[in-house]
Design a protein around this ligand. Structure first.
Ligand SMILES: C[S@@+](CC[C@H](N)C(=O)[O-])C[C@H]1O[C@@H](n2cnc3c(N)ncnc32)[C@H](O)[C@@H]1O
Length: 306
């Protein structure tokens, strides 16, 4: 049967049909089977994601057919995210290496980076930025790519994540402007101040993690869970960020669905929930002065956590 498949389009169509029929979960890089199959087939053939449609009729040779069919099978049987299968994914229009050492890049923060954080940074001068909980390095490296005059530190507690992040620094040629540091949140950047701190920390609750589809079991659990309400790490960030922001500094943090629990815990904090093309995505901005003003409320909630 598969010998009837011939062209790039044939294999994308076949992969999409198989993915749909298998009831796979999408959400790591794409939200539908056709985009997922397109990513898999084009990356496996070492072709760009914006391949002109005319090449879609190009035929695969025997070893390419075998390679693509084997990857389609692994996606279905092992439920490995497509980015891990092909070793690469795209974030903020840039290609990143991706494997099980760190989460697959997929944060909506990409949209903020591509839009140069407008209007949040319009009246601010940024020299130094920090990507806290960097994983593959995608957020910090993309910030450096889009803002060649910024110095960016990227930190993570995981040696595996940092080894991948360092590979991505070299891959994107931003050595010298991006520094990868091993750090338990701010412990490795003591005394450092940043004009902008951006973080996509772990924020999945323990119960949510237990119910997650098989695809997520291939990602490091350290990158996903953060206590019973998903907020253990975020509360530490809120408690410590003011000491690492410049006076006019801004903190941007993704908390996803844990947004509601966070607002309940700290109702008086003036979180600004950012708007994206598709609406709100559980990502807030806070000024340093807000963190300072509400420091005692944050400390009181933080004190109840590990
Ligand atoms: C949700 S992943 C995000 C990765 C990356 N920022 C992204 O958007 O793809 C969270 C990352 O936080 C890291 N992490 C967890 N606890 C940490 C801690 N205490 N200090 C620093 N990094 C931590 C994990 O290793 C993981 O790489």
């Amino acid at each position: 049967m598969t010998h009837e498949l011939s062209s790039i389009i044939d294999f994308i169509r076949y992969g999409a049909s198989r993915f749909s029929a298998a009831g796979l979960t999408f959400g790591h890089s794409h939200d539908n089977p056709i985009d997922e199959a397109t990513h898999l087939v084009l990356a496996a053939l070492h072709l760009p994601p914006d391949l002109p449609p005319a090449y879609g009729t190009g035929r695969l040779v025997a070893d390419e057919r075998e390679r693509v069919l084997a990857l389609i099978e692994r996606r279905i049987v092992e439920r490995v995210p497509v980015a891990y299968l092909v070793g690469e994914t795209w974030f903020a229009g840039l290609k990143f290496k991706s494997d099980s050492r760190a989460l697959v890049p997929r944060s909506p923060i990409a949209e903020l980076i591509e839009g140069r954080f407008t209007p949040w940074l319009d009246d601010r001068h940024v020299e130094r930025a920090l990507d806290l909980c960097t994983g593959s390095g995608c957020i910090g490296i993309a910030m450096a790519e889009y803002n060649p005059d910024w110095q960016v530190d990227i930190v993570d507690i995981s040696d595996d994540a940092l080894s991948l992040a360092n590979e991505n620094i070299a891959y994107q040629h931003v050595e010298g402007r991006v520094r990868a540091i091993k750090s338990d949140l701010f412990s490795g950047v003591k005394g450092e101040r940043y004009d902008l701190i951006v973080s996509n920390p772990p924020y999945v609750t323990n119960d949510e993690y237990a119910a997650m589809p098989a695809e997520y079991s291939h990602e490091p659990v350290l990158g996903l869970t953060s206590g019973d309400d998903g907020l253990d790490i975020t509360l530490r960030i809120l408690a410590e960020a003011a000491d690492h922001l410049t006076d006019d500094g801004l903190l941007i943090v993704e908390v996803g669905d844990s947004e509601h629990a966070l607002v309940e815990l700290l109702p008086e904090l003036p979180f600004v929930w950012l708007e994206f093309k598709v609406g709100q995505m559980g990502i807030f901005a806070l000024e340093r002065r807000d963190l300072v003003e509400h420091a005692s409320a944050i400390a009181a909630v933080r004190a109840t956590r590990p």
